[in-house]
Design a protein around this ligand. Structure first.
Ligand code: SAH
Length: 396
């Protein structure tokens, strides 16, 4: 046995863990916590009868332990190296690490058996994000493991967890380079180049999870007038331009996002006159835009529901925004509509979009049902890992 403190489960509470679900809820724990146990510690979890269940990170909150391994493993640089090698092997099998594509997610939390950890690769730089105190304390071991990965080519590791760690843990995490330094902010996705601002940007600076969906949008862009709502870094806009869209309009309420979008369009299509951008509220833009002005609209809003409590309002938000786009899109138009709220199920999202469609009375068919790409894998024992939902609709 490793020398970690042991947390015992109440009788019968090992069931979901025996099915490899990696979370131990606080209500499943028996008796008082061991003396001296600190948030972020590595702990052993045992069944009521003392049987070993797994080893994981302890945290204060409704999820008390995130299991790192169901075997009796010691959690150090060796463990992280093994997990990262497995993660890299998968990305190589997916064909994502290529000279014309050096932006991809290397570690997607539970989907890579590393709950609480996200690692995105942008060329020579890895951006590391901890979502649990345990991963915060392990950040240097993780960075060391990244640097040691053969053939990965990452020299710099930027730590970005100021906003992702539980506020109540008072970890006072500072963003900054753990290894190396700033080298380049330009990364390549399917031969397109993007300026990634991990210092100030949302998430790790870029929404890698829309890669496959951007490619699909490119396919439908030829000859169409495209509207990219909630454009952020302009990913969809750049793909639409490559797909020979007649025109592309990008909208985001944030001035910073519009600056990023303009810069990325300029980087790939210098001097193009096919692109315009607007720093305005999406709802206002949809209200005032003319009918039939666009043949292809992308709706990729921020998570309307960050928590279950906000679900009802979120669903209303999805319905409202989709109804507006459906009413005004030109006949024969295509709508790409997304929800990245974890609290909203695929069924609920579909129902919100269905209600919007019914409200407009137009003839609408579903062409594609979209999700997150393969470098954001879903651990089959942890269905909560599926969060991105999208529909492509044909509107007559
Ligand atoms: N589609 C983007 C990601 C969108 S992130 C991509 O593929 O990279 C969500 C974006 O919505 C953010 O940039 C945020 O600034 C913007 N946003 C949030 N509320 C908005 C509103 N009411 N109107 C317009 N944009 C908004």
């Amino acid at each position: 046995m490793t020398g970690y403190k042991t947390l015992r489960l109440k009788r019968g509470k090992e069931e979901s863990l025996d099915r490899f679900h990696p979370w131990v809820f606080s209500g499943a724990l028996a008796g008082p916590l061991p003396d001296g146990l600190e948030e972020g510690d590595v702990v052993n979890v045992a069944a009521h009868d003392g049987r070993h269940i797994g080893v994981g990170h302890f945290q204060i909150g409704s999820i008390a332990v995130r299991i790192l391994d169901f075997a009796d493993t010691s959690i150090g640089t060796g463990f992280f190296t093994m997990r990262l090698e497995q993660a890299l092997r998968l990305r190589r099998a997916l064909g994502l690490a290529r000279p014309d594509n050096d932006a991809y997610r290397l570690v997607h939390g539970e989907g890579d058996f590393l709950p609480g950890l996200v690692i995105d690769i942008y060329g020579p730089t890895a951006v590391l994000q901890a979502h649990s105190p345990g991963m915060h304390f392990a950040r240097r071991q993780v960075a060391e493991a990244i640097a040691g990965l053969e053939g990965l080519g990452v020299r710099n590791v930027y730590y970005k967890s100021e906003t992702t760690l539980p506020y109540k843990a008072h970890l006072d995490a500072q963003n900054g380079y753990i290894l190396g330094e700033f080298e380049t902010s330009i990364a390549t996705e399917n031969s397109l180049r993007f300026n990634i601002d991990w210092l100030r940007g949302q998430k790790t600076g870029f929404f890698l999870d829309q890669r496959d969906n951007r490619q699909l949008l490119q396919h439908y862009s030829r000859g169409r007038r495209v509207l990219n709502m909630f454009c952020y870094t302009g990913g969809f806009s750049v793909y639409a331009l490559r797909g020979d869209a007649v025109s592309v309009d990008s909208v985001d309420s944030s001035e910073k996002a519009i600056t990023l979008t303009d810069a990325n369009v300029e980087l790939n299509f210098p001097g193009t006159d096919r692109h315009r951008s607007y720093a305005v509220d999406a709802f206002k833009f949809l209200d005032t835009m003319e009918r039939d002005a666009y043949d292809l609209i992308v709706l990729d809003p921020p998570a309307f529901a960050k928590h279950r409590s906000a679900l009802r309002n979120a669903l209303r938000g999805y319905q409202r925004i989709n109804a507006k786009a459906m009413e005004k899109i030109a006949p024969g138009g295509i709508l790409f509509t997304f929800s990245c709220s974890q609290a909203v199920t695929r069924e609920q999202f579909r129902l919100a979009v269905f209600s919007a469609a019914a409200q407009t009375g137009r003839r609408i068919r579903i062409l594609h049902q979209l999700t997150q790409p393969a470098d954001h894998p879903v651990n089959i024992y942890h269905p909560e890992g599926e969060y991105l939902k999208g529909l492509v609709l044909y509107i007559e």
